[in-house]
Design a protein around this ligand. Structure first.
Ligand SMILES: Nc1ncnc2c1ncn2[C@@H]1O[C@H](COP(=O)(O)OP(=O)(O)OP(=O)(O)O)[C@@H](O)[C@H]1O
Ligand SMILES: [Mg+2]
Length: 262
């Protein structure tokens, strides 16, 4: 990643864990490749990495002339701390080490120049976001939330953090919005309206609603994401719609005094 890169960096974040950040990251990445883009994923959830498993990647990456070659799954290049530590081993790093590792994942990785680099952020706010803001000042932030009001309040914190770091907040993605039963009825298991009202509060668009589909979970566990195994299904269509919105909105325009050329 060079400073002049045309790569759009999409930071996928959330206020709390388990809302589906990693599932959104993986399936959105595949939807973007299906639309003809070159895509990479940086798994920045160093303490709770899950991208390798979700994409069925187990091999350690090769290193060529001191550059890490990111392994590919379904056309998506991936780098994760999971490639470098043993499975089930806890990562216990202090801030500076974390900062250094993230820098290496950007500088010492032969990313090429993807059209999109999706960054799976750890839940909440903190060190990783600070580092990302420093290394990738053009990182666009997206907040994943579930439909209930409680989740929305937590998600709001992430949004405030993005604003503090002067990173553009581009939209909200609501996950687990409903379950479609065999009777074709939509059941709103986690309530409704949370994504839209968070988007309204933050003055950004709600980019899509991803239904709760058992195949999404199964895909994460098996390493074959639902956008690959069932590209015509309800979930894949929802991810595809979000990809289309993100593509259509184009990169963020950023006005920051410190980036101004005098
Ligand atoms: N739309 C969905 N339909 C069905 N299951 C889903 C959906 N989204 C996520 N899941 C499942 O919910 C669980 C949590 O999702 P995921 O790991 O993507 O969340 P996360 O926000 O990345 O969590 P963490 O904070 O632990 O990193 C996983 O088992 C995943 O397969
Ligand atoms: Mg995750």
């Amino acid at each position: 990643m060079t400073p002049g890169t045309r790569t759009r960096v999409l930071g996928i974040s959330s206020g709390k864990g388990g809302v589906g950040k990693s599932s959104v990251t993986v399936n959105l990445a595949i939807s973007l490749t299906a639309r003809g883009h070159r895509v990479g994923i940086l798994d920045a959830d160093v303490y709770g990495y899950s991208i390798p498993r979700m994409l069925g990647l187990t091999e350690a990456p090769e290193v060529e002339s001191e550059q890490i070659i990111p392994p590919e799954a379904y056309g998506v290049s991936v780098v994760s701390i999971g490639f470098f530590v043993g499975e089930d081993q806890p990562v216990m790093w202090r801030g500076p080490m974390l900062h250094k590792a993230l820098e290496q994942f950007l500088v010492d990785v032969a990313w090429g120049e993807p059209d999109y680099l999706l960054v799976d952020m750890p839940p909440g706010t903190g060190d990783v976001a600070l580092s990302m803001a420093q290394f990738l000042p053009r990182c666009e932030f997206f907040v994943v939330t579930t439909p209930q009001a409680a989740a929305q309040r937590v998600a709001q914190k992430t949004a405030f953090m993005a604003r503090k770091l002067k990173l553009p907040l581009r939209g909200v993605i609501e996950n687990m919005s409903w379950f479609t039963g065999d009777d074709a009825k939509r059941y709103e298991l986690f309530g409704s309206g949370g994504g839209q009202s968070l988007a309204d509060d933050l003055s950004v668009p709600l980019l899509g609603q991803i239904p709760l589909v058992p195949a999404v979970r199964a895909g994460g566990d098996s390493g074959v994401p639902v956008t690959v195994s069932d590209p015509e299904g309800e979930a894949a269509a929802a991810f595809g719609a979000v990809a289309e919105r993100i593509e259509a909105m184009g990169p963020a325009r950023i006005y920051r005094s410190e980036l101004k050329v005098n």
